[in-house]
Write a protein that binds this ligand. Structure first.
Ligand SMILES: C[S@@+](CC[C@H](N)C(=O)[O-])C[C@H]1O[C@@H](n2cnc3c(N)ncnc32)[C@H](O)[C@@H]1O
Length: 294
């Protein structure tokens, strides 16, 4: 795991890494003659409103979104729209109609020249992404996808669909410490509902044998009792997720950017994977550098 870094909130570090990556991405696409022929697309699939959030929903508290976020003005959508060098197309997805409405206002008011290049979609991110990955013409397009959910909302099927395109650079925020780890109790398997969520996120039931060990004991009355014990913590859960990414992407940042709350407890990891076997090499170098230095 990268060493614990202080200074700046986790939200700021996350968005700074995204911004730096998007700038570099555009530099590469503008500098390289064959890359210049490709259409570039930015997809922000948990887009929010474009601005910092003032709301205090339960999900925001549970997953660490509270007062810490309030000092930051620009959300990921605004950051992407503000780049000097632009993408050919921007897609912003959010399941909440009010967030899409607010984002539409931001685009129309502050980025009118980009309006024709923006698509705003009120839909479940997983549904939209899986459809889009299967239908876009990837011979002529390349994309950066940013997945910034509150919790354990990104399905493995979505990650798999993104990897299958071999044309997408993926940034995904994984709540390894405050999501996955908390869903896994110490001396019993997660209850059925949580178990299903974990399997949907990891795309396999292998997390059970990776995180839990079976125990068998004989009690005072000579009866055998089978139980389980948790043998792994948050770091191993993150390692497992990175291993899972490596099964479908040729390029994965091994040491993602770990984000801590103001009490210095780990919360999320901003993970990066690139699907293009050739172009992904440079992307990986840039992303690994950003993960080390943000
Ligand atoms: C952490 S916020 C995004 C913050 C944003 N990236 C920013 O920097 O401003 C997560 C957003 O995802 C939306 N959301 C939650 N579940 C979703 C889903 N299944 N599909 C699409 N959007 C979803 C929420 O409404 C919320 O706006």
């Amino acid at each position: 795991m990268p060493s614990h870094r202080f200074g700046g909130s986790w939200t700021e570090r996350k968005l700074a890494a995204l911004r730096a990556y998007l700038v570099q991405y555009q530099v590469i696409f503008h500098a390289n003659e064959s890359a210049r022929k490709l259409r570039t697309i930015y997809v922000d699939a948990f887009a929010g409103t474009g601005e910092r959030s003032n709301r205090n929903s339960d999900a925001e508290h549970l997953f660490g979104y509270s007062d810490e976020t309030k000092q930051f003005q620009s959300g990921s959508a605004r950051i992407a729209l503000s780049l000097d060098q632009q993408f050919h197309r921007y897609v912003f997805i959010d399941s909440k109609a009010s967030h899409i409405g607010a984002l539409r206002t931001v685009v129309e008011r502050d980025f009118p020249s980009l309006k024709e290049h923006c698509e705003l979609v009120q839909e479940d991110a997983n549904v939209w992404l899986q459809k889009w990955c299967a239908t876009e013409d990837w011979r002529s397009s390349r994309a950066v996808v940013f997945l910034d959910p509150y919790g354990m909302s990104v399905e493995w099927k979505t990650i798999q669909a993104i990897a299958n395109t071999k044309a997408i650079d993926l940034w995904v925020l994984f709540p390894f410490a405050i999501g996955a780890n908390r869903m896994m109790p110490n001396d019993v398997l997660p209850e059925k509902g949580w178990g299903l969520v974990l399997t949907r996120v990891f795309g396999t039931t292998d997390w059970v044998k990776r995180i839990y060990s079976k125990r068998s004991e004989v009690d005072l009355f000579g009866e055998r009792r089978d139980s389980v014990i948790k043998i792994a913590g948050a770091d191993e859960i993150l390692e497992f997720f990175i291993e899972r990414l490596r099964t479908v992407f040729p390029h994965v940042v091994e040491k993602p950017l770990v984000l801590y709350n103001s009490n210095k407890s780990p919360m999320y990891a901003l993970c990066f994977a690139a699907g293009n076997p050739k172009g992904g090499t440079t992307a990986l170098k840039i992303a690994a550098h950003l993960a080390r230095t943000r």
